[in-house]
Design a binder for this molecule. Structure first.
Ligand code: SF4
Length: 273
């Protein structure tokens, strides 16, 4: 089995790697896949130097709460605690992606088919932190310790994530070597959930901004039921974007508006009562 082979190799490695080795950084999102990644790396005895969580300020409360659970689990096992990194926005003063969208009367860029929201609020802050932390020489295009750091990404072994991996080729910051251990181990979504439970952890909620345009209808219904205040912010975002002249898409769902969907749904539910 690929997982066992990978683990066996990792166990042969010394826990205290020699000084000057390539640091290992985990991109942690607080969801199922990246949690399973940390569980698997612990099982393999693979040394991890830094666990980065890029905080958009717009994650669901359950995700923020899970970071504390995960911190406790990691520290108990001698792994590094999660380092929260955030976009630095001193001029505009935005402390969250939804705050930025409301100020500009726009939707997160994914609604327009672009990915700058995650580049700006997730990729860039991690890159900036690593530059400072490991000492990046921008002229020599290398780190103080050598040419690369290893970045571990929790893409799973399912077909959807295979597409994400191939789409990411050529779009990564320099000085990085990427590893996708869940793919190497053959862990699909179900296996990830099983491994999380077996490690004594609760299975986390899908991690994403509460107003992420990739959300499906049941997730929007869940948000309205569990966090009506956040659903109201998402709807306000659509109102402001429309006021500014939004034409290319209907709303946060691209071809559908969350506001319209939730209003129609509540009138149907109300009509049945
Ligand atoms: S979770 Fe969605 S809204 Fe948030 S940064 Fe990623 S793509 Fe953009």
């Amino acid at each position: 089995m690929p997982r066992l082979a990978a683990c066996a190799n990792a166990l042969l490695r010394p826990v205290d790697a020699p000084v000057g080795r390539e640091p290992v950084v985990v991109a942690y999102g607080g969801g199922v896949d990246s949690t399973a990644l940390l569980v698997g790396l612990h099982k393999c005895g693979r040394q991890v130097d830094l666990i980065l969580f890029a905080d958009t300020g717009s994650e669901k409360p359950q995700t923020y709460a899970y970071l504390d659970i995960m911190d406790g689990w990691l520290i108990q096992r001698g792994m590094p605690a999660i380092t929260r990194v955030k976009r630095n926005s001193p001029r505009a003063g935005d402390t969250s992606l939804h705050g930025e969208c409301l100020r500009k009367s726009v939707l997160p860029s994914l609604a327009y088919g672009r990915h700058s929201c995650s580049l700006k609020w997730k990729v860039d802050p991690q890159w900036a932190f690593c530059r400072r932390h490991f000492g990046w020489h921008s002229r020599r295009l290398r780190w103080a310790h050598g040419p690369t750091i290893t970045k571990m990404i929790g893409y799973n072994a399912g077909p959807k994530d295979a597409k994400r991996i191939s789409n990411a080729v050529g779009k990564r910051p320099p000085g990085h070597r990427y590893e996708y251990p869940l793919v190497e181990w053959g862990w699909d979504r179900q296996r990830c959930e099983d491994e999380i439970r077996a490690a004594g952890l609760p299975v986390p909620l899908k991690s994403a901004c509460f107003m992420c345009p990739a959300s499906k209808e049941p997730e929007v219904v869940w948000l309205q039921g569990n966090h009506p205040d956040l659903a109201a912010i998402a709807m306000e975002m659509e109102v402001r974007a429309h006021r500014r002249g939004l034409r290319t898409v209907q709303g946060l769902g691209r071809r559908w508006s969350w506001t319209k969907f939730l209003l129609e749904r509540s009138s149907q539910v109300g009509g049945r009562q």
